[in-house]
Design a protein around this ligand. Structure first.
Ligand code: C6P
Length: 404
């Protein structure tokens, strides 16, 4: 059992008041809060070993390089990648996905097909649309049912020898639905397609095992898993990363440069041009250590209880509808109240100290499917409590009364 009060004390921001009320932070899907150990690690890097990496022979540069590569190794073990060089540091999920779509521009041919799902964040739709425009490939879309689940029969009927890439998120940011990605990957591989999993919303809740999943790419952001903003990881299978061209040209990604020809560095450096977010990369390792100390089993247990409590309590409010009623869900509740705009509820409960996200959550196709402008999304982390959920439910009731 987690000692939630002890854990909460490790997150200084959680003891703040906002608008004169104790902060109830339920916007973890947008970004998580950071424990003191992560905040301290950033300062420690700049106080003690700040230097550019992979370049200098001097001691500080070597210390910074070692810390950066140790962090890469931590990520490798965390996601169970076969090699450390399959782990690329990025600025976040968006960067990772664009790195892959850029690479596929030299692989896809007119008439090839890319399958995305209706549950995707815009970050995993728009780059593929841009790729299709560039190459003449065709975008196909897996539909969802009324519970917000992907329709697997429809997915399977989209697959053919024309399918070159399949991409879905592990967990939907807007609804919290957990997708059956292992099955999706297996089916895609059966027709020879590569698979990219957008793990942005999964990594705060679970430890992905990329070898067991057998995905070709897995992208995620550090800031949603207690790490610093501007950090992320793209895992790619060695064979794919060797096949894809570099994303950006510049320092650090080359073997040799002449005006006649440039040869590229080995993995992972081929994809890491320029000075990276060194402090961020190192401290992402600290955040991963922290989450493993809390323990993913404990995290899941706490979050399951929060989800069950929130679902039950919110449904007691007349006229409230939850979107994303599928069985397999992460700790996200997306809802609306009959006849009231989500923005209005969000603004009123903010005055009561409750931070939720309102709007389309960068997933407009989902909102179009449900014919709504947006939802109120409460996304919970292991450091949240049932008492906080009760405060939110009371605040939503108050807002409803004011707006009805
Ligand atoms: N979703 C949310 O409030 P970046 O911005 O690159 O760190 O992550 C983009 C991204 C990609 N995929 C999914 C499934 C996501 O949820 C996100 C980020 C945040 O839902 C901010 S829009």
């Amino acid at each position: 059992m987690l000692d939630i009060q002890k854990i909460r004390a490790e997150f200084p921001i959680l003891s703040q008041t906002v608008n004169g009320k104790p902060l109830v932070y339920f916007d973890n899907g947008a970004t998580s809060q950071k424990p003191q150990i992560v905040i301290d690690a950033i300062a420690k890097y700049y106080q003690e070993i700040n230097a550019n990496i992979h370049r200098g022979v001097h001691t500080l540069s070597q210390l910074a390089t070692d810390a950066y590569e140790i962090s890469r190794g931590k990520v490798q073990h965390h996601i169970n990648a076969k090699f450390a060089h399959e782990v690329l540091f990025t600025s976040g999920t968006t960067h990772g996905i664009n790195l892959v779509t850029n690479g596929f521009a030299s692989i896809l041919k007119p008439g090839d097909e890319v399958i995305v799902s209706s549950l995707e964040h815009h970050s995993n739709i728009v780059p593929w649309q841009m790729l299709c425009e560039k190459t003449g490939a065709v975008l196909r879309v897996i539909p969802i049912n009324e519970d917000g689940e992907l329709i697997m029969e429809a997915y399977e009927s989209l697959l053919s020898e024309k399918t070159k890439v399949v991409t879905v998120n592990h967990i939907s940011n807007a609804l919290g639905i957990i997708n059956p990605i292992k099955y999706i990957i297996e089916k895609a591989h059966a027709v020879g397609a590569a698979v990219l999993i957008d793990g942005a919303q999964a990594v705060p809740h679970l430890k992905p095992d990329v070898q067991d999943l057998d995905c070709d790419f897995y992208a995620f952001s550090g800031h949603k898993m207690c790490g610093p903003t501007g950090t992320g990881i793209l895992y790619g299978k060695e064979a794919w990363l060797n096949k894809l061209p570099p994303y950006q040209g510049g320092g650090e990604m080359i073997k040799e440069v002449t005006f006649e020809k440039t040869t590229y560095a080995d993995l992972p450096h081929k994809f890491e041009a320029g000075t990276p977010n060194i402090a961020g990369g190192i401290v992402l390792g600290t955040a991963i250590d922290y989450l493993n100390t809390v323990g993913f089993e404990n995290i899941q247990k706490q979050e399951e209880e929060l989800l069950a409590h929130a679902t039950k309590s919110l449904l007691e409010i007349e006229g409230l509808k939850i979107y994303g009623t599928g069985k397999n869900k992460a700790s996200v509740v997306s809802f609306n109240i009959d006849g009231i705009h989500p923005y209005d509820i969000g603004s009123i409960i903010d005055k009561l100290g409750i931070a939720v996200r309102t709007g389309h959550h960068c997933a407009q196709p989902i909102m179009n499917f449900f014919c709504i402008p947006g939802t109120i999304r409460a996304s919970f982390s292991f450091y949240n409590t049932k008492e906080e959920i009760d405060l939110m439910v009371e605040a939503v009731k108050k807002a409803k009364t004011m707006l009805s």
